[in-house]
Design a protein around this ligand. Structure first.
Ligand SMILES: [Fe+2]
Length: 286
């Protein structure tokens, strides 16, 4: 049996910027809405104290809140004591070049952060679904080629796929919340019968498991903030909840325990889908 940890949406900030008071929070603020560095430290302490030894940690993007080099350097400092293998991929809040330099020490590398490796008998495939200037996600033809090759390797090992944006499982969901529809369809066709046991995602700041093409898509709300799944239609209500997923995998079973961090949960911000679309337009113009 393999135990592993899913972390997502760390949204680490530049320590020099601080954190806004709940009443000051606005969409697009470079500052994270909560003390995300403290939350990551809290999560790592809990992981280190677990009786069941996890084999690895998967981190599915939005490593930084605003993509500054200083935020990735802060993240590296927080992760330095971790002795478990950690696999990262990026989200829409990330800057690939800054992330590579700050976290991996690879200056001049602007991604994508696709990866394919075996840890403790589990074949892990990471895809970078982030697209500069967009909130939603996409995959390129080159990434599909990378995935096809990776899926052909280690046929006897269980496979985990990890990427930031959940695939399109419901076209009523706004586009900014998901991987592009056509890419999701192609991905779904590729993974059917491929030995993929689970897909790990973040982005929507909600904890949710959906069976898709017979494979569980595990979305974890992450460390920054949670979006209330009962928000009124067309609205996203953020609160300060923080969640980590502890996953278990063996020949017969895949299970997920969502662990809430012991933080004060207060309302932070309510925004409309129209405001997010407006925000996305400012990214495209930048
Ligand atoms: Fe996020």
């Amino acid at each position: 049996m393999t135990v592993f940890i899913h972390l997502t949406d760390l949204h680490i900030g530049d320590p020099a910027l601080g954190i806004p008071a709940p009443g000051e929070i606005e969409i697009g603020d470079p500052r994270p809405m909560t003390d995300t560095s403290a939350r990551l430290s809290m999560a790592l302490e809990k992981i280190a104290a677990m009786d069941a030894d996890p084999s690895f940690i998967l981190v599915t993007g939005d490593l930084s809140n605003y993509g500054e080099l200083a935020s990735y350097r802060a993240l590296k400092g927080l992760m330095d004591p971790v002795t478990l293998p950690v696999v990262y991929t990026l989200g829409n809040h990330d800057d690939p070049a800054h992330a590579a330099e700050g976290v991996l020490g690879r200056a001049g590398d602007d991604g994508p952060w696709d990866a394919d490796q075996v840890i403790d008998g589990v074949h892990i495939i990471a895809l970078d679904t982030s697209v500069p200037g967009r909130v939603g996600g996409a995959l390129t033809e080159a990434q599909f080629d990378f995935l096809a090759e990776a899926l052909g390797r280690s046929p006897d090992l269980p496979k985990l796929l990890m990427f930031h944006h959940p695939p399109t499982m419901d076209t009523d969901t706004p586009e900014f919340e998901r991987l592009r529809t056509e890419d999701s369809q192609k991905l779904g066709e590729m993974i059917r019968g491929s030995g993929v046991r689970a897909i790990l995602c973040g982005h929507i700041h909600q904890s949710r498991v959906t069976l898709w093409h017979g494979i569980p898509v595990v979305v974890t709300a992450g460390l920054h903030a949670a979006i209330d799944p009962l928000s009124p239609a067309g609205t996203q209500r953020f609160n300060s909840g923080a969640t980590v997923a502890v996953c278990t995998l063996d020949d017969q079973v895949f299970s997920v325990n969502y662990v809430s961090l012991p933080v004060d949960v207060v309302d932070l911000l309510e925004i409309t889908d129209a405001q997010i679309a407006e925000y996305e337009a400012t990214l495209e113009d930048a």
